[in-house]
Design a protein around this ligand. Structure first.
Ligand SMILES: [Fe+2]
Length: 350
């Protein structure tokens, strides 16, 4: 494992290098889809992807199945050798607000959506880049100290994606196009942590509030490609003004689910016992931290209900070869978010 630059204490990352046969199977499906779609950012593409994922090589479908059904003792899977053509994808974008149609990264985007669709259904958030499925994660100088994808000079602290929302993703994938700065993606899985009875009693009670992270606010969504109606943020505003208490851990005592965002979450005002339990949990995540220096062609599948993730401090080489990752979210229950979507086939939660 050390040859892959992975440091881990137990079993939180399962590594799967793509075999030549698997790689050829993925490329074949990408060829087919690239003939039909010039963008991954449509509900039609997401539907086609869900179907095409059923034709992925069986070992990959089996890997996804075992990961989903908790047969693998890990919170994340690292698939290595996903095709990324460094010359074709061009320079790293300066900002997340890059083009949506016929991007030079189309084949890489299709491959990521296809492989991630083996885990669930792709969706987006209207209040985050107007529902774009596949985000660009690149360093942005003026955001270097923020808890955002553009940050770099501070640790991106432990979080589940959209921890504030009932319909947060079950899994996310991150694909690395470039990481010459060798920033570490950090992970910690709940299965690595022994939660004693007294801590479980507190952490599994609705004694915490999680605010929406700033990527869902209007000023983080100013784009030259679209204009987002201010009404779209109405629900986020309500969640901000009146957050409903939630537990930090839930579900099965043996295999709990996590709902944590260290930067945007705290115990209900005055509940010192809950705050102490929360701090204890964060300390345990730190103690069981695994880290990966992602290489081009690495894809992480992260279980967003059973692992938290973040990023180490790093010094970006701001310019055409700076760090460049892509992220997509999937859900096991697309029907569950229907009341939050504009219509049944839309994939954007408002
Ligand atoms: Fe994240």
């Amino acid at each position: 494992m050390t040859e892959y630059a992975i440091a881990q204490q137990r079993t939180s990352i399962h590594v799967h290098p793509l075999t030549p046969r698997e790689c050829a199977g993925v490329e074949q499906l990408v060829d087919d889809m690239a003939r039909t779609f010039g963008s991954v950012e449509t509900a039609e593409f997401a539907d086609a992807c869900a179907l095409a994922a059923q034709e992925l090589p069986r070992p990959l479908r089996e890997l996804a199945h075992r990961f989903k059904q908790l047969h693998l003792p890990c919170g994340a899977v690292l698939i290595r050798g996903v095709p990324v053509d460094d010359s074709r994808i061009g320079p790293s974008p300066a900002h997340w607000d890059a083009t949506w149609r016929n991007p030079p990264t189309l084949r890489e985007e299709i491959a990521q959506c296809l492989l991630t669709s083996a885990l669930g259904e792709i969706f987006g958030w209207r209040t985050q880049e107007n529902g774009r499925f596949l985000r660009h994660i690149v360093p942005i100088e003026k955001e270097r100290a923020e808890q955002l994808g553009g940050g770099s000079s501070v640790t991106l602290v432990w979080h589940n994606e959209e921890a504030f929302h009932d319909h947060r993703c079950d899994f996310l994938s991150i694909v690395c196009y470039r990481n010459e700065e060798r920033a570490e993606t950090i992970l910690s899985a709940i299965d690595d942590i022994e939660v004693p009875d007294d801590k479980w009693a507190v952490l599994s009670a609705p004694r915490f509030v999680v605010l929406p992270d700033t990527s869902h606010l209007p000023d983080q969504n100013v784009s030259s490609h679209w204009r987002l109606d201010d009404d779209a943020f109405e629900r986020i505003r309500r969640m901000y003004a009146d957050p409903q208490p939630v537990p930090a851990l839930s579900g099965s005592r043996q295999r709990p689910f996590i709902q944590v965002d260290e930067a945007y979450m705290e115990a209900i005002a005055g509940d010192h016992e809950a705050q102490a339990a929360f701090d204890w949990l964060i300390d345990r995540f730190n103690e069981h931290k695994a880290s990966v220096v992602m290489e081009p062609g690495d894809m992480l599948w992260i279980d967003n209900k059973r692992a938290v993730h973040g990023r180490s401090v790093y010094q970006p080489n701001y310019g055409p070869r700076h760090r460049w990752l892509r992220r997509v979210n999937v859900t096991l229950n697309l029907r569950g978010s229907m009341p939050y979507r504009e219509h049944a086939v839309a994939r954007h939660i408002v």
